[in-house]
Design a protein around this ligand. Structure first.
Ligand code: MRU
Length: 354
């Protein structure tokens, strides 16, 4: 996607330095900064500390982390140790483990002197596949919006989204936002309600920034507003991303997604989940019971970040004696989901993917 007329992906290989570069998402929207990543250990740190985040991007970052490991030392034992460190950074988004599971078996059987080139090619493939899948989700999702949501409505189409499943969450294009970009590019009058998405505010900080940079009309809302809007016919469709989709169609996504799905169900608003099929985990039979949920530092709930004057600052929002618990994700049962948007097609049930 473009930022101020320049094409960017969220992660890329720099042919001059042979290192990896990423957009630092911790400082958006107040600063746009590129960070160079030189080792697998550094890559683990930038995933853990959320310089990069979002299911698809975490997968690509892990793949490039394995490339960096092979650059440092192409012994398979060293690469496998680095892969283990990478896999322990964030548990919910399955794309991370999926990338490792593609790369490690191939690197294991390759000759030592071939491993670096192979790791680079595989990481590039994983990145390109992620971007291409998202592009296709955009095209297919736009058809759905046009034919099922906007048909017969001679007015603006209002979509609600939670967290950030735009191009910043992937290598490019995004999952939930890709159909919105496609609709806007094709001239649809479309507007997005953006959930702020406490505690880290990926909606307020990242989704609002992305949409605004693309010129898409959007309105930021507090996380509790969606139900009210749906009761009053102000939302035509909810679309969210996914961090892991289980075999039974249950979907793990950013904490708070489940409540939006309940409100959508109660108000007959289509609730759609968009994801590349790398996010589907056939090994998890029951999403609500078995998808691992990341627990994050309670300080993310106790403090909020924002800009005052020119510098970003952190402010405590609860009494000194109060503790917080911070579940990163929740799981939406399949019965609340109207459609799954994937690069392989649009399905009413996840059985379409089996
Ligand atoms: O904790 P994050 O920012 O890595 O969470 C990921 C998300 O942004 C969402 O859950 C998203 O909707 C799915 S990832 C494409």
């Amino acid at each position: 996607m473009q930022v101020d007329n320049k094409d960017y992906r969220t992660i890329w290989y720099n042919a001059d330095t042979k290192n990896i570069e990423v957009i630092d998402q911790r400082v958006l929207p107040f600063k746009f900064e590129i960070v160079e990543v030189k080792s697998a250990t550094e890559m683990s740190k930038i995933i853990l500390e959320m310089y990069v985040r979002g299911a698809g991007l975490i997968g690509a970052a892990a793949a490039w982390g394995i490339y960096l490991a092979a650059k440092e030392n192409s012994d398979i034992s060293f690469i496998e140790k680095s892969a283990k460190e990478l896999s322990e950074t964030r548990p919910t988004a399955v794309n991370l483990q999926a990338a490792i599971d593609v790369m490690i078996p191939e690197l294991r059987i390759a000759a030592k002197e071939d491993r670096l080139e192979l790791a680079k090619n595989l990481a590039q493939q994983i990145s390109d596949n992620d971007a291409n899948s998202c592009k296709r989700i955009g095209e297919l999702g736009y058809n759905y919006i046009e034919n099922k949501i906007a048909k017969g409505k001679k007015r603006r189409i209002n979509i609600l989204t939670h967290c950030n499943a735009g191009w910043l969450a992937f290598v490019d294009y995004g999952s939930a936002l890709a159909p919105i970009y496609e609709a806007y590019n094709n001239g649809m009058d479309i507007h997005v309600y953006v959930d702020e998405t406490r505690p880290r505010n990926q909606g307020a900080r990242l989704t609002a920034w992305e949409l605004g940079k693309h010129g898409i009309p959007h309105t930021l809302i507090a996380d509790n507003v969606g139900g009210h809007l749906m009761q009053h016919g102000m939302v035509d469709m909810v679309i969210v991303g996914a961090d892991r989709v289980a075999n039974n169609g249950d979907v793990a996504n950013k904490i708070g997604t489940y409540l939006k799905a309940l409100a959508a169900y109660d108000n007959n608003v289509p609730f759609v989940v968009a994801f590349p099929t790398t996010t589907f985990d056939a090994n998890i039979k029951n999403g609500v019971k078995d998808i691992p949920i990341e627990m994050r530092d309670g300080d993310e709930v106790l403090y909020m970040n924002g800009i005052s004057e020119k510098e970003e600052e952190s402010f405590r929002i609860a009494p000194e004696f109060t503790q917080a618990v911070n579940y990163g994700f929740d799981v939406t049962p399949s019965r609340l989901i109207s459609a799954y948007f994937t690069e392989k097609g649009i399905f009413e049930s996840v059985e379409g993917l089996l």
